[in-house]
Structures are given as C-alpha cells and as structure tokens.
Design a protein around this ligand. Sequence first.
Ligand code: SF4
Ligand code: SF4
Length: 60
Amino acid sequence: MAVIVEEEKCGGCGSCIDVCPAQALEKPKPKIKIEIIVDRCLECGECISECPNDALRFPF
Ligand code: SF4
Ligand code: SF4
C-alpha cells in the first residue's frame, strides 16, 4: 500500500518530496508532477500533511 496522488490537484511544488523519510516520492521528469515509488512508502502520512493542495491521500 502507498499514498496516491490526485494528478489534477497536484501543482508540482515538490514539498512532499522534501518531507518523505523513505525517498518514496520523486519528480523524475519536468512533465511528471510527482511519482510515487510504491514499494518504498511507509504510510507515515507526512506528505499528506505537507501538501498545500490536498492532492495526496491513502487509498483506503
Ligand atoms: S506516506 Fe510517508 S513514506 Fe509514504 S510517500 Fe508519504 S511521506 Fe513518504
Ligand atoms: S506537495 Fe502536493 S502539490 Fe506539491 S508536489 Fe507534492 S502532491 Fe504535488
């Protein structure tokens, strides 16, 4: 399990990348706003709290 991003809400600010303790969030290309490396996510919720656009959530 991992967080999911609602692409239409994400502004690509990168704040979630900075707070993730597991390096589970990346911006691999300029065109991609945010990519989640599912296997790395610890489900800590830090990124969800950090996102200014409410674009991240757990899928349950
Ligand atoms: S829930 Fe935690 S481990 Fe998972 S992507 Fe967000 S900050 Fe990283
Ligand atoms: S913090 Fe939110 S708006 Fe910013 S890149 Fe992450 S998901 Fe997108």
